[in-house]
Ligand binder design. Structure first.
Ligand SMILES: NC(=O)C1=CN([C@@H]2O[C@H](COP(=O)(O)OP(=O)(O)OC[C@H]3O[C@@H](n4cnc5c(N)ncnc54)[C@H](O)[C@@H]3O)[C@@H](O)[C@H]2O)C=CC1
Ligand SMILES: O=C(O)[C@@H]1CCC=N1
Length: 265
């Protein structure tokens, strides 16, 4: 029997789908996806052996839980198309779109708003989750089980969801730019590209793991690396001159504000 429906078979849908199948949360026969592009439909069938249709109602009508993975700009169209469908639980990953709007589009249904992130594809995702007004504790658990397959899950009040989007939703792009820039610096200093990227990736991964496992404050870690009169403090000085911290803070705030705008649109 089909249990999970996914509306919109794009990048994030595939990240989540690939993990839930790999983790045996659902089998391929329990998942149905809807996607308007025929070549993409075929791709998903070939890669995951799930049923993929061009008809959103086929997904919404036949499944216990629907993961909405379309762009926020398409939400109004989908809500109109699915009006009257008695889907039991809607889990939305749409940036910005508030629970009030999801519930207006799908009245009296269990609604859960989630902000996952791209590392979900390797099981290292970070998802924040907020319940709607008709969501039952069992439905919340159902959504948490699904998201646990793609990484960590934290429950937050809905009011914090746009801020979450700025940090962990958009954050992988900010970190990827940082890794690329560290690698570029290495190449500028004479390293071959492959080695420079390996060093940059492992340094970011190792630093994150160290902070996560030791609970060390990031400032304390920085202090441990900076020898008096040494190489690191020379680099830190340049980062402060270049406004790294301010640039990252402004990037998070810009993404937060854009998430708020998307909800109003
Ligand atoms: N990409 C990311 O890292 C993250 C994305 N999100 C959210 O996930 C959602 C999807 O984002 P992506 O996967 O990046 O976008 P995407 O563009 O890769 O996927 C959207 C999919 O929806 C399909 N689609 C378009 N119109 C449709 C319709 N009428 N009915 C059904 N499907 C339709 C598109 O063909 C496409 O495959 C967005 O709302 C975004 O805010 C949330 C967290 C992270
Ligand atoms: O850029 C976006 O709008 C989506 C939401 C968070 C990450 N990607």
């Amino acid at each position: 029997m089909v249990q999970l429906g996914i509306i919109g078979g794009g990048v994030m849908a595939e990240a989540i789908l690939s993990r839930i199948l790999a983790e045996n949360i659902y089998s391929g026969s329990q998942v149905r996806v809807s996607e308007p592009r025929s070549e993409r439909r075929q791709e998903l069938v070939d890669r995951y052996g799930v049923e993929v249709t061009g008809n959103n109602r086929d997904v919404a009508e036949a499944t216990e839980m629907v993961l909405l993975a379309i762009k926020p700009q398409v939400f109004g169209k989908i809500a109109t198309e699915l009006s009257g469908v008695r889907l039991p639980l809607l889990v939305s990953i749409l940036a910005g779109v508030p629970i009030s709007k999801l519930e207006a589009g799908f009245p009296d249904r269990g609604v859960i708003r989630v902000m996952p992130n791209a590392p979900a594809i390797v099981g290292a995702g970070m998802s924040a989750i907020a319940s709607g007004s008709h969501t039952t504790p069992a439905q919340l658990e159902q959504a948490k089980t699904l998201l646990s397959a793609v990484g960590e899950v934290v429950e937050v009040p809905e009011t914090l969801m746009d801020a979450v989007t700025g940090v962990s939703g958009s954050g992988p792009a900010f970190v990827a730019l940082t890794i690329e820039a560290l690698s570029d610096g290495g190449v500028a200093a004479g390293l071959p590209r492959a080695i420079a990227t390996q060093l940059a990736v492992q340094t970011v991964l190792g630093t994150a793991q160290m902070i996560q496992e030791t609970g060390l404050h990031p400032g304390e870690l920085k202090d441990r690396v900076t020898s008096p009169g040494g190489t690191t403090i020379a680099g830190v000085r340049q980062l402060e001159l270049g406004g790294l911290r301010s640039a990252l803070m402004e990037a998070v705030l810009a993404a937060y504000e854009r998430s708020q705008d998307l909800g109003r649109g």
